[in-house]
Design a protein around this ligand. Sequence first.
Ligand code: SF4
Length: 471
Amino acid sequence: MKPARRFREPFLPVQQPSLTERFLTSIERRIKGFLFNCSMCGICLLQETAFICPMLCPKGLRNGPCGSGSSESCCVDPSRPCIWHHIYARADELDRLDRLLEVQSPLDWNRVGKGTWGSIVSEARIRGLISPIGALRWTGWRERVDRLFEDVRQPDWWQGDDRFHPPALSQPVSRLQKALDHGEFVVTAEVSPPAGSSPSIVRQKAERLRGLVHAANITQNPMATPRMSSLACSILLASSGIEPVLQITARDYNRLALQSETLGASSLGVHNILCLTGDPPTAGRGPAGELPFDLDASQMLWILRRLRDQGRFLDGREVMTPPRFFLGAAGSPYDQNPEHEALRLEKKINAGAQFIQTQLVYDVAPLERWLEALDKRELLDKVHILIGIGPLRSLKMVRYIQEHIPDITIPPNFVDRLESSAAPEETGLAFAMELIGKVRQLSDVSGIHIMSMGSEETLPHLLQELNLVIV
Ligand code: SF4
């Protein structure tokens, strides 16, 4: 039984709970099922999510949208809107936006199917909030009840909050972090892993980038299609002299695999980690894999930050030798509402993100509005921002982006230039260079992240034009 499935059978637990608990669960299921389409996830977040159930998200995300949907369509099911955009809009109306900042735990699968009301009543009894004759005690009632709800929502193994946690490590753990901390204008590039087991392809890709980038991201099963693992490619890149950024997606890792894989990565010298939610399995070519995901990007960051800074696994055990991570997340400068996107990013930064790599940018005006929104929430001093740049080489690519990623705006004058150009590839590269020039003028930007858009051979040409000295 999975929460987040829209239609499913009632849950029948193997271990029968007490009569009171069964009674409360049955009432809770009926009332919340009718009012909120509740699927009994076991830790209710309705108060934090403006009274819209977050488990209506097919990916099961409990901390915000994945960034691929919009207020019109969900990336898994385009026939309906992204529920998280609705949650943000309603929270804005109800003046409850700040409640969305709290980092919520992944599901406790032992609790799925059970009610939250039963847990609240038994906790209230334990704390003496309910007197023997059943009346509520009124002294300090509001604070005590808030605390009670928070403790049920944030179990001991998680203890999420809405505050910023500066990293415990004062020294940089990678060359990328060192360059960013020293204020260098940083360049990273995206490398797609081979669809095979040959290490020589990865080495060739590394050779092309040598001396031109500070680090290279290895995508993890792009478009939900299997490729060589991001960790294996990272190690091959590192052995060829290119510092890797390990991309790790919630789609491909559950909580166990995340912790073990990243500990292994750190032990092998891979310290830059970008946490992403990932495309849904339905984006792949084969039969679709499992939904919802076990984790989301904020939860991944929270787990990895605690692994590093507190030396604790998710289950509370001490880590013998804590790993060293430089943690990153993705940002969407083109979101329809920059204030909401700033809030989403603040949550990731509070959870542990130290650098942000944005989605593709083609127009500086929306980027400036987004940076302003981040500035208003005082985020710019807490994180390094790398802007996503993807050279457009043909009108076909422009049309594809306009049709499939509607939030991204491509300046009409560039489309005109491309239309009238006899050499569209060169026009696209020239436009990318102009854009990079404008991005470099923005004081709050720490660098660029170049995505090859399916043509990695053109990257060295663009990178050489940049004329950067990479130490
Ligand atoms: S958050 Fe969980 S318990 Fe609350 S309404 Fe949604 S599925 Fe039900």
